[in-house]
Design a protein around this ligand. Structure first.
Ligand SMILES: [Mg+2]
Length: 254
């Protein structure tokens, strides 16, 4: 059985027709016990469920929200609570107050709305800073001294998150793989921006869609592994192309 761990926005969404086709293929695999689907996203759980209901996303087996700081297992409803074991593990080393202190005095920085700021994720926008990349570098420099407890995720030239060092998409998937006793050798990931980077670093097997940000393309190239596939096609079409290339899908059945 394959574990498919995919980002949602920009990776699966963006081309409804291709997504419908990919959803059919994933559904086939899941219904015959050949795939376990994890969404790994910056979205909240209710936004993920709305995506399944209205945007054509396939039904997942597990959902990692808020950039790998929250883990949700079925039954998935908008009232589901994140898995306590992961939450308490991360809370041991994370202080929201301290995380916020790394952001003080950065010119042009704006905090993200409350819904994207949680007890385990401190998030801001840097796109109004005079030089967003240097601002991100400055936050990185401040956090570096506390790298045993915090990490910085810089994505899309806009979003900066300060997460627990033990969190992030890649580590959350690893946690789930152990928890659910999944085959760690058969995990494929898919993404399009910098906040997906940790998935590729952790598993070194996956698909970077053609519309990906250069930050992720560069990382994929630097990994230089056979397992990281740069798709020719954007969005869900690229994911399908990559899953075919990596042997998750075979044949032309759609
Ligand atoms: Mg994305």
């Amino acid at each position: 059985m394959w574990t498919i761990a995919s980002d949602i926005d920009g990776t699966l969404t963006g081309d409804r027709e291709s997504l419908d086709q990919l959803t059919r293929r994933i559904h086939q695999l899941r219904s015959t016990g050949q795939a376990y689907l994890i969404f790994s996203t910056g979205r909240r759980l209710d936004q993920v469920l709305a995506g399944v209901a209205k945007e054509g996303l396939p039904e997942p087996d597990a959902v990692l929200c808020q950039v790998g700081t929250e883990v949700y297992l079925p039954p998935l409803t908008e009232h589901s609570k994140p898995l306590e074991a992961w939450r308490s593990h991360l809370l041991q080393t994370y202080s929201r107050e301290e995380a916020e202190s790394f952001l003080s005095g950065i010119d042009g920085l704006e905090m993200q709305p409350d819904e994207f700021n949680t007890e385990l994720k401190t998030s801001c926008y840097l796109d109004r800073c005079p030089d967003p990349d240097s601002a991100a570098l400055e936050v990185r420099r401040r956090v570096e001294l506390h790298a045993d407890r915090y990490q910085v995720i810089w994505s899309s030239g806009r979003d900066l998150d300060i997460l627990p060092a033990a969190a992030g998409k890649g580590k959350a998937i690893r946690f789930l793989v152990r928890l659910m006793n999944l085959d760690a050798q058969r995990v494929v990931v898919a993404g399009d921006t910098g906040n997906d980077a940790t998935m590729f670093e952790e598993f070194r097997c996956g698909v970077v869609v053609a519309n990906a940000r250069s930050e992720l393309v560069e990382l994929a190239r630097s990994l230089g592994e056979d397992g990281v596939y740069l798709a020719q096609r954007p969005h869900a079409g690229g994911v399908e192309e990559g899953l075919k290339h990596l042997g998750v899908f075979d044949g032309d059945v759609t």
